[in-house]
Design a protein around this ligand. Structure first.
Ligand SMILES: [Zn+2]
Length: 67
């Protein structure tokens, strides 16, 4: 019972919401779509680019919330 759970409790960089949080299936869907779109870059480069994209989204959120 305890090993088969898909519940995720570790916060992850979420591109969908531009946030660092525990992701739901929507968040994972957006993340997977993004990786599929960028898989030609290779593992390391796509990971780096993903983190950069989330950070940019986070900054955009911050700017939106301040204006
Ligand atoms: Zn999310």
């Amino acid at each position: 019972m305890t090993t088969a759970t898909t519940a995720q409790t570790t916060p992850t960089m979420c591109l969908r919401h531009g946030d660092f949080h525990v992701m739901d299936s929507d968040c994972w869907g957006a993340t997977m779509d993004w990786y599929v779109d960028h898989q030609h870059l290779g593992d390391q480069a796509s990971r780096d680019l993903y983190l950069a994209a989330v950070e940019r989204e986070m900054l955009d959120n911050l700017i939106r919330s301040c204006s």
